[in-house]
Design a protein around this ligand. Sequence first.
Ligand SMILES: CC(C)(COP(=O)(O)OP(=O)(O)OC[C@H]1O[C@@H](n2cnc3c(N)ncnc32)[C@H](O)[C@@H]1OP(=O)(O)O)[C@@H](O)C(=O)NCCC(=O)NCCS
Length: 219
Amino acid sequence: MIDCLPHTHLLRHRISRGLDLAGCHVDLTIDQRVDHIGISAAAARLAEELVAAHIGCERRLVRVAALSPSGRPVATVQGRGATISVSVSHVGGLFGAAVCGTAGVGLDIVDPAEAGPALDAWFTPDELTLFPDGDGLLRARLWAAKEAAFKAAGLDDGFRPRRVAIGQLDTAGYHWTVRSRHHRVCGRGLFMQLDGPLVAIAVADAVTPLHLPDRELLT
Ligand SMILES: CC(C)(COP(=O)(O)OP(=O)(O)OC[C@H]1O[C@@H](n2cnc3c(N)ncnc32)[C@H](O)[C@@H]1OP(=O)(O)O)[C@@H](O)C(=O)NCCC(=O)NCCS
C-alpha cells in the first residue's frame, strides 16, 4: 500500500466528456463534493443531470435510485423506467456519473493510493502475470477495470472480482468478461487519468446465457 498520497484529490473544475467506446456514446462527468450534500446523493443528482441532458427532458422529471437488493442505479423519467444505462462512483471527495443510451455502462474511480498488494488476492492467474508493471498503476487499473466492468454487466449479482476477467490491458483500455451463474457478459473499457485518481469506464457488448456444464465450472 502506498500511504504517502493524499486520499482526497481536488479538481480545478468539473470534467465533462463525451466518449466513443466500442461504437457506443458515453456521457461522463466527474465533479467534487460540495459540503452540504452527501457523496452518494451528489452522484445520483449528477447522474440525473446527465440523463436529462442525454434524452432532452427537464431535469426535475428524472430520478436515479438504487435497485434493491443489488444496489445497481436505474433511471426513471416521470416515474417510468428509462432505457438508458447509468453508473456512478465516488472516492474521497470526488464523484462521477456516466450514462449510455445503447449499452450497459460502468464507471469506477479509484485512488491509486488505496490500491495496495492486498488486492492481488482478487486477480486471476492471467492478470497476475502482468506484474510487475512499469508505472506502478497496474493494480489500480485492474481494480478499476473490474469494478467498472461489473457495473456495466448489470447482472444484479454480488461483486466477485475473480469472475471479472480483464484482458488486452494497456494504459489506454482493456477488454473484459464477467461471469455469473447464468450469463457471461463481455465488453470493452478505457481509462482516464486525473491528477491522482484513475477513472475506468466500461460498456457491455454481448450477453451470453450459460449452459449447465459452464455453470458448474463456477464455484
Ligand atoms: C458495485 C460495487 C463493487 C461498487 O463499490 P465501490 O467501487 O466501492 O464504490 P463506487 O463508489 O465506485 O460505486 C458505488 C456505486 O456503485 C453502484 N452500484 C452498487 N451496486 C451495483 C451493481 N450491482 N451494479 C452496478 N452498480 C452498482 C451504486 O450506484 C453505488 O453508489 P452508492 O454507493 O452511492 O449507492 C459495490 O457497490 C458492490 O459490491 N455492490 C454489490 C452489492 C451486492 O453484493 N448486493 C447483493 C447481491 S445482489
